[in-house]
Design a binder for this molecule. Structure first.
Ligand code: AMP
Ligand code: MG
Length: 416
């Protein structure tokens, strides 16, 4: 059985970023850059004014007030036909190129215009103030956004500034979610005796979509080897297949066998964690002739791998394993450099005993206070208790089994 860290290592060790492609800048939000992007121009591309006012030479404004000849005007988008001669000022607007010879801009609020002359008032403005020199923000050829960075709005701005109307990114993973279990009925049905609704499928699809991924529900597979295999084959058309249920040691936990029979090899099965111990992770290697897609027109034809997670069916186990293991794999596929979940640290508000033999990821409520972050475990009766989990906004990692965690201790918290 792997530790949590070993499971992360295993995922990082085998999963590789999906191939590169170019997408229009407008469609790049949330994707991950596949190359370093360099500036094609200096930014700003010319010396420019940062204020509305008067472009002047330092020598002419050494003592204020001073009266200067107004030699012209330059608006943003224009270029001044002449430079500054001694004793002159040129009216200038924010964003306009500085006339040659300009040392600084005196704000219009410090000026009084009378005919063709302007009187500039104190306070004195140091050389270089209210102007930005060519290339001061970014030099041509410098990396403006590095490979491996997710594209947020601010990166879209940087990419636009350097003319990247089409952007090299990693293809985004496509994920199928398949629920398994004879006891499951669709959400729209009223469960009969012994039945429950298939809540995991909708939840997992939502959990992945909320993280920005394209996830698709495949419905319910019965605990029947043939049906399971058929639906698994459908799911293997995607980059990642996420199954819920059927991976532990019950009589109808048929998922690992059905996966093996469809060519999926186990990377690991079982992780030392609560909830989620039966977690399964596997890979379909399509470079093997036996694993070439069978479906005509398959989308999977030129994909080297399909990845499979088998999540334990208890809803909180599914949720926690998706958070801790599925998402890191997706981040890797998407091209991110850093894929492991990043904890925050917070002060435990009440003592807590972590019984049992495994690290426990316990649903918890994290709050920010003026004296720092605080966290309280929610009352929770275990991995089937989804409604208590819904009152949480993260989980505490109680890493050490059989240990009392005291109130006031700092603990690692993974926010949702
Ligand atoms: P399993 O992992 O298949 O042994 O299932 C463990 C528990 O999770 C059982 O109580 C199942 O009824 C429940 N369960 C399995 N699949 C789902 C699902 N899709 N939605 C809600 N509960 C489920
Ligand atoms: Mg089951």
């Amino acid at each position: 059985m792997l530790t949590i860290a070993e499971a992360w290592e295993a995922i990082e060790g085998v999963v590789e970023p999906l191939p590169r492609q170019r997408v229009p800048l407008a469609e790049s939000l949330g994707l991950v850059l596949a190359e370093n992007i360099v500036a094609d121009l200096d930014s700003p591309p010319f010396d420019k004014a940062l204020m509305d006012g008067y472009a002047v030479r330092a020598a002419d404004v050494a003592t204020l007030p001073v009266r200067l000849q107004v030699a012209g005007e330059v608006l943003a988008g224009q270029v001044s036909a002449r430079g500054l001669a001694p004793g002159e000022a040129i009216r200038i607007m924010t964003g306009a190129p500085l006339p040659a010879g300009t040392d600084l801009v005196i704000p219009v609020e410090q000026s009084a215009l009378e005919g063709a002359t302007v009187t500039l008032q104190p306070p004195a403005v140091p050389v270089g103030r209210n102007v930005l020199r060519r290339g001061e923000s970014t030099r041509q050829g410098a990396v403006v956004v590095p490979a491996g960075r997710v594209i947020r709005a601010v990166e879209v701005g940087c990419l636009a500034e350097v003319g990247q109307h089409s952007v090299p990114v990693h293809r985004a993973p496509r994920i199928a979610v398949l629920a398994t279990g004879d006891e499951l009925v669709p959400v729209s049905d009223r469960p009969g005796p012994g039945q429950i609704r298939n809540s995991n499928e909708a939840m997992l699809v939502a959990q992945l979509q909320q993280a920005g991924y394209a996830a698709y529900p495949l419905g319910i597979a019965r605990d029947d080897a043939a049906e399971l295999k058929r639906k698994i084959m459908q799911g293997l058309e995607y980059d990642v297949l996420v199954l819920s249920g059927g991976v532990s040691a019950g009589k109808v936990d048929l998922v690992p066998l059905a996966l093996a029979e469809t060519g999926v090899e186990t990377v690991f099965h079982k992780v030392k964690i609560r909830p989620g111990q039966p977690l399964y992770f596997g890979r379909l290697d399509r470079s093997r002739p036996a694993n070439r897609p069978l479906l005509p027109g398959s989308l999977a034809a030129n994909r080297p791998n399909a990845w499979v997670f088998g999540l334990p069916g208890n809803p909180v186990s599914s949720l926690v394993c998706c958070e801790l293991f599925v998402k890191p794999a997706l981040r890797r596929l998407a091209g991110l450099a850093e894929v492991r979940p990043q904890p925050l640290y917070a002060r435990l508000q009440q003592s807590h005993f972590n019984g049992g033999q495994r690290p426990t990821y316990h649903p918890a409520r994290l709050t920010q206070t003026p004296s720092g972050p605080e966290v309280t475990p929610v009352r929770w009766i275990g991995s089937a208790d989804l409604s208590a989990t819904a009152s949480a906004n993260g989980m505490i990692a109680f890493e050490v089994p059989n240990r009392e965690y005291a109130a006031g201790e700092w603990v690692a918290v993974y926010p949702w």
